[in-house]
Design a protein around this ligand. Structure first.
Ligand code: 5AD
Ligand code: SF4
Length: 485
């Protein structure tokens, strides 16, 4: 939940100038064949990332592997010797964007015949995408999927040697890609995988097909990684999974509540976040762990998708509107001032105006701090793609607009209620739009812009909120003695 935009699938993030952490270096020797270490010194890479935080995190792993090969990162595609598209398959427009971009950059190959262009991540897990690349984009040099990104060093080597597309996509995970090196983008927030894949099979969703079944990392390996990150200066850890509250079900010796408590107690950690949780199996134990662990932030991203029971059933979401609202009540009772955010799909096949009104009502009743909203996008191979859908796109767009209008109003109201309050803000860096202003987040994940000395970057400070907009707050520093711990 780091960007307030209406389509995370359209978000392209580039890896910034990286730092390899000491803690990660241990893993390097096993991760890359010894003769490839440093073999590409002098070459530059660029990774364009689409989609969710899981993808952004995979990009950190690929950047780590490439830097061991000797590559340096660049943000200038004209200078790059390797351009990788780490792709998202959740909605069709994100896929079209990638194909558009791959086509756009093809001429760079004429200027730099050594340039490798690669497509990886979720799209190549789809057979149709593999076929499309073979037929229409044969000049793409390498293609690999979500289960074999650790193979990147060897695939790069093969791609340099081959005239044809090197395509290696695994249908299933064979390893837990735990201990691979990573290049983290930031100095203060880090993302840690706790679980891969999804077992839920919501009927619209391609993720169970592109990411495979749920696999949890062991508690010790996660806690060790977190300890290493905190020791190297990270203050906020976000644990990642498709369904974090299913964590450990496959292991049988720890659940998500145990994990939150274990991470929350790591010496020196300031903030723990998690994403994404599912209303299904959001247990009282998890609620209690969030409420009782001081470092766990009071923000829950709890995708509801629809407020209509008929639609929820067709989506195979496994809960009803009433169950969801009851869960929200329990959460609000246990965690004061909790911020709730959500994902909503409008225009699921056969969604009626009445169904849609139920969604609007639910939004008002829950009063989310913010929401990601999407128009349903049929994904080949998913059950929903086979449903008849008489609802015209124009109607869906108009529903999306009504939904966004309502949610924006609610988001702004939430933010306005914070005016005059003094909140803890972890400063991440300078604002993207104004380098003289710093930008940080509250525990509830709201962006705060403030004037403060640059020394405050990466510190936790107290800020009085002066003004509120739909997406951001404006504040003034109130602690002069910026915390240094
Ligand atoms: N069409 C539109 N939105 C989708 N999402 C997942 N699959 C689809 C689809 N086929 C949305 C859901 C999910 C978010 C990450 O993307 O809201 O929570
Ligand atoms: Fe997709 Fe549903 Fe799994 Fe989320 S829970 S990844 S929406 S199938």
């Amino acid at each position: 939940m780091s960007h307030h935009i209406d389509d995370i699938g359209m978000l392209a993030v580039q890896v910034k100038r990286p730092v390899i952490e000491k803690t990660d270096l241990r893993a390097l020797t096993d991760a890359v064949r010894p003769d490839l270490v440093g073999a590409y010194k002098g070459k530059r890479y660029m990774i364009r990332t689409y989609g969710c935080q899981m993808n952004e995190h995979d990009t950190e792993v690929m950047a780590g592997l490439l830097e061991i090969l000797g590559y340096d990162s660049t943000e200038d595609e004209e200078l790059a010797d390797l351009i990788l598209f780490n792709t998202c398959a959740v909605r069709e427009n994100a896929e079209n964007k990638v194909f558009g971009e791959v086509g756009r950059i093809r001429p760079l190959k004429y200027r730099n015949p050594e340039l490798l262009i690669g497509v990886c991540g979720c799209m190549p897990q789809e057979k149709a995408v593999q076929a499309k690349i073979r037929e229409t984009y044969p000049w793409i040099d390498l293609v690999f999927g979500t289960h074999n990104l650790h193979r990147l060093p060897e695939l790069v080597e093969q791609a340099y040697a081959s005239q044809e597309t090197v395509m290696e996509v695994w249908d299933k995970a064979q390893f837990m890609l735990d201990d691979l090196p990573k290049v983290r983008k930031e100095g203060v927030r880090a993302w840690v995988n706790i679980q891969y894949g999804c077992n839920k099979f919501c009927t619209y969703c391609i993720v169970p097909y592109t990411r495979g079944r749920e696999r949890s990392r062991t508690l010790t390996s996660i806690v060790d990684e977190v300890k290493g990150l905190v020791a190297s200066g990270f203050k906020e850890i976000t644990v990642l999974g498709q369904n974090v509250n299913d964590y450990g079900i496959d292991l049988g010796n720890a659940d998500f509540a145990d994990l939150l408590r274990a991470i929350g107690r790591v010496e020196g950690i300031e903030r723990v976040r998690f994403t994404t949780s599912n209303p299904w199996n959001f247990t009282d134990r998890v609620i209690a762990a969030i409420a009782e662990t001081e470092t766990v932030c009071e923000h829950i991203h709890l995708p509801v998708q629809s407020g209509s029971n008929a639609v929820l059933r067709k989506m195979n979401r496994g809960y009803t509107r009433e169950y969801y609202l009851q869960l929200v009540k329990k959460i609000r009772a246990a965690i004061p001032n909790v911020a709730l955010t959500t994902d909503i799909i409008v225009g699921f096949p056969t969604e009626t105006e009445e169904d849609f009104l139920q969604t609007l009502q639910l939004i008002e009743e829950v009063s989310y701090d913010s929401a990601y909203t999407f128009i349903y996008s049929p994904r080949t191979g998913t059950p929903a793609a086979r449903l008849e859908d008489p609802v015209p796109l124009e109607v869906k767009k108009e529903r999306l607009n009504r939904l966004m209008e309502l949610q924006n109003k609610i988001s702004r109201l939430h933010n306005e209620q914070l005016i005059g309050k003094t909140l803890e803000v972890l400063i991440e860096g300078v604002s993207k739009t104004n380098p003289n202003v710093l930008s940080g987040r509250t525990r509830t994940n709201k962006i705060v812009l403030l004037d403060a000395p640059k020394e405050a970057i990466h510190q936790t400070v107290f800020t009085r909120i002066d003004a509120a907009q739909t997406w951001t707050l404006r504040g003034t520093l109130v602690t002069s003695d910026v915390e240094t711990a």
